[in-house]
Design a protein around this ligand. Structure first.
Ligand SMILES: Nc1ncnc2c1ncn2[C@@H]1O[C@H](COP(=O)(O)OP(=O)(O)OP(=O)(O)O)[C@@H](O)[C@H]1O
Length: 201
């Protein structure tokens, strides 16, 4: 694997004319994971999108080395296609190696749903499908926005196993979550630590 890393220095984010957070530093090396915690609306998704390069930081720098895969509340799968075909579209786009998609579907226990149209999947099944897309794509940097939403205990265990395998292979995981996630010893960013104190505002 060529050099992999994600480095944030002094990152700030303003949205809708309001400064959400500032001073975020994060140094992720291969095998590292980070968990972004905090209440609704504090800026976890915004920080994930800054990490992905989809949102510009208001201040600070973001350095990415390696491809990024993002999953958030948007499913990004063709609702009319059977699941295997819908995921196959992304696997081709990501130039996933042969067998990678089957392995990813197995990792998320999706084989019995291969022929089911995406629109018929339950909330948890859709989340597992989104995670399978990330796993199959082979990007070293996984950005997971609320990956545990809708997952039952068994699926959370599957997520934990996939994350552990990814980290063991030199990948990086940055996750935003309200709930505890099966990340081994993550760096924890408590977003409240990066909001402006009243006297500074
Ligand atoms: N496109 C936008 N324009 C203006 N403000 C926005 C935009 N997107 C999000 N915001 C605001 O930015 C703030 C942070 O939103 P964000 O989605 O990053 O929070 P979050 O911590 O992920 O919340 P949640 O836990 O509910 O998912 C919110 O107040 C939200 O209303």
């Amino acid at each position: 694997m060529s050099r992999v890393g994600l480095h944030l220095s002094g990152v700030a984010c303003a949205r809708g004319g309001r400064l959400l957070f500032r001073g975020v530093d994060l140094a992720m090396e291969p095998g590292g994971s980070a968990l972004l915690k905090g209440p609704n609306g504090i800026g976890k998704s915004s920080l994930i999108r800054i990490c992905a390069g989809l949102l510009r930081a208001t201040a600070g720098t973001v350095e990415r080395h390696g491809r990024v895969a993002l999953t958030d509340e948007r499913l990004a799968l063709d609702m009319e296609q059977p699941l295997a075909a819908a995921l196959g579209f992304w696997a081709r786009l990501d130039a996933a190696p042969p067998g990678a998609l089957d392995a990813a579907m197995a990792a998320m226990a999706l084989e019995p749903l291969r022929q089911v149209p995406v629109r018929m999947l339950s909330t948890g099944q859709r989340k597992r499908a989104a995670l399978a897309r990330v796993i199959a794509g082979g990007a070293p940097i996984w950005l997971l926005d609320e990956p545990g939403n809708g997952l039952d205990d068994a699926a959370l265990e599957l997520l934990g196993a996939s994350v552990a395998a990814h980290l063991a292979g030199g990948g990086i995981v940055v996750a935003a979550s309200h709930q505890p996630l099966p990340l081994p010893t993550p760096v924890v960013l408590t977003m409240q630590d990066y909001i402006m104190a009243e006297e500074e505002a």
